[in-house]
Design a protein around this ligand. Sequence first.
Ligand code: ATP
Length: 269
Amino acid sequence: MASTDKPIIELKGVGKTYGNISALRGVNLAVRQGEVTCILGDNGAGKSTLISIIAGLFAHDDGDYLVDGQPRRFSSPREALDLGIAAVYQTLALVPLLPVWRNFFLGSELVKGKGLFRRLDIAKMWAAAGDELHRMGINLENLEQPVGTLSGGQRQVVAIARAVHFGARVLILDEPTAALGVAQSGLVLRYIAQAAREQGIGVIFITHNPHHAFLVGDHFMVLGRGEVGLDKPRSELTLETLMYHMAGGAGLSMLEHELHGESRTTTAK
Ligand code: ATP
């Protein structure tokens, strides 16, 4: 699906402080339909703070947060969710012992019948969960199997498919590949690309891994100590440049120079 120019969400000069700690300063960001926006940064860079603001966990202190061009200030994730902004955290909010289909509808169960005859509509939930997963290329043999028996990648995909099914237009993925091996990461990355390209979702992909980001990203932002260090579309970036910024940029070059200098001195002795 082609991306449109009008952003679904836009941050303009957004900042956040915790007491006297400035966690985020002057962040500009536009998330568009059908695009994957990658946000990279080291520990403490401000990634969690940024996604918490976007997902409505808490409000920003400075700047503007616009959704469909309207300024917003969320006081709960529910408000963000109502506008189609959903976050999938590393914990996934899945119950390992419950079947896949039950997890898919956790907290939003479909029911049928009235009064005393009101009960879960198991057939409908089973079919809808199966359809959504199938659409995303995940064919589980048995939707009755507990989610805990799925692979790490499959669990991520179930959590993402659930958010898409419940109407996410912007999907915030918090380090979805951090705990996964190569094959499982591949599964999740393929799914991320598919959610954006085929379903037109605006994806915000938080990661430490520039290789993973570069495989699926359309736009890249590197945060460092609460500020935007790099902000570029794919067309203006190479993987090497992204890795350089992610690794600490000029600071790393200095270190390399220093270490090379030292090793040369050692060899010379
Ligand atoms: P990580 O990958 O380690 O989670 P991050 O990029 O998500 O890091 P944040 O968690 O957003 O970074 O933290 C940004 C800065 O704000 C850090 O200096 C952190 O210590 C500080 N910070 C985060 N949450 C709070 C809080 N509740 N109270 C005080 N300071 C905080």
